[in-house]
Design a protein around this ligand. Structure first.
Ligand code: ZN
Length: 389
């Protein structure tokens, strides 16, 4: 038996995984089964020959680890604590108002974004408290509890899909290391972690359609995975693998997403959900880490955030006042040159209406263009000056 399969079997015997189905398949093996159709055949062969062992181990500390053995076999292990945390996270997120899709459900909010940020903060803090207790008593820590509140089924399924993508991305990243180690693909950069992220993103975007805004969901899921790992690190979780700084990770996966979109505008339009999660996780992190990290004025994110809001107002889902209030808030915190770039880009996308291929259809783009002009005319002179030339 290959060393990796042997080691994983022993670990699973000592620490039985939680949530094994009737066929003995655990949550991580189920993730592998979802990913299998898009994996290089060499990886599937390694798995069927026992040279790559993948599974869940019933430890409570959130961790994901890839270990290579001398006989050339490898093991990818997720702890049950990691899977529990992600499951709890999915449940918290389902409280979030699902409004960021073009065609998705239009439910009333179960919780406001602030309340969701609070719940997520609680989840991280709860984990931190359990971890301290675990350290002190050197004993099995309790399981992560999920908050309980009723959410409509379609919202639950929406958020479960996003978190499933996050889970698949984490596994795809680890498999990406194996793809590189075995020379199945050549490295794109000198940094193994960034390469693994890019391969993870490639695999996740190849998954069969789930009938939603696929690219937007795939990107948001990967961004969320990275932000969850960073959040856990910030409350003291030490992961076995070393991850680069989140900005670098987000830059690599964004570059890949941009490369597969037909235009920059298309990329900005499908980034709406990812940016909404970025904003939400900034709020959470700002509260769990003191002093909060300085948030830099990020041109790309402001563009995407305003696209999301323009779209919602144009679809009559949100009132115009909300957009105007947000523009004021952004203008207060953002240098003039950044505001001007944002204004130029939005003008180019929706007012000048170029022939660039976009995700949002022509009619909606026209409405958004008219809305931009309307909002500009209502803004006070000094704010309008920031956005226009
Ligand atoms: Zn890695």
């Amino acid at each position: 038996m290959a060393k990796a399969s042997d080691r994983l079997a022993k670990l699973r015997k000592a620490y039985p995984p939680r949530f094994v189905d009737s066929r003995g398949v655990d949550r991580v093996q189920r993730l592998y089964q979802s990913l299998a159709p898009v994996l290089p055949p060499q990886i599937r062969d390694l798995c069927s020959n026992g040279l790559l062992a993948i599974g869940e181990v019933g430890r409570s500390t959130p961790d994901v680890e890839k270990i290579s053995f001398k006989d050339g076999s490898s093991m990818i292990e997720f702890t049950s604590g990691m899977m529990d945390f992600l499951d709890a996270f999915a449940r918290v997120l389902s409280g979030r108002f699902v409004r960021d899709t073009v065609s998705g459900p239009r439910n009333q909010p179960a919780l406001s974004p602030d309340e969701v940020a609070q719940q997520i903060e609680d989840l991280f803090i709860q984990w931190k408290v359990q971890w301290k207790w675990y350290e002190r008593w050197f004993h099995k820590s309790g399981r992560i509890r999920s908050p309980k509140f009723d959410t409509p089924d379609d919202v639950r399924s929406w958020t479960n899909d996003i978190v499933s993508i996050a889970e698949l991305f984490i596994l795809a990243h680890e498999i990406g290391h194996i793809v590189l180690d075995k020379g199945i693909l050549l490295p794109l950069t000198a940094n193994a972690e960034k390469n693994a992220d890019t391969i993870g993103m490639i695999l996740v975007t190849k998954l069969p359609s789930i009938g939603r805004e696929d690219l937007a969901f795939r990107f948001a899921g990967a961004v969320l995975a990275i932000r969850i790992i960073v959040g856990l690190e910030k409350v003291g979780v030490l992961f076995s693998g070393a991850y680069p700084h989140q900005d670098e990770r987000l830059t690599s996966i964004s570059a890949y997403m941009l490369s597969i979109c037909p235009s920059r505008q298309y990329f900005h339009e499908i980034s709406r959900i990812a940016v909404a999660y970025q904003d939400m996780m900034d709020t959470v992190e700002g509260k769990i880490v003191k002093p909060p990290d300085l948030v830099r004025a990020d041109t790309e994110r402001i563009i995407v955030r305003l696209i999301a809001q323009l779209l919602q107002v144009a679809q009559s889902r949100v009132g115009k006042e909300k957009l105007i209030t947000d523009i004021f808030r952004i203008a207060e915190q953002t240098p003039v040159d950044v505001m001007r770039q944002v204004g130029d880009t939005l003008h180019k996308y929706y007012v000048a209406a170029p022939l660039d291929e976009s995700f949002i259809d022509q009619d909606m783009k026209k409405k958004m263009g008219a809305l931009i002009l309307e909002v500009l005319s209502e803004l006070p002179e000094q704010v309008r000056m920031m956005l226009t030339r």
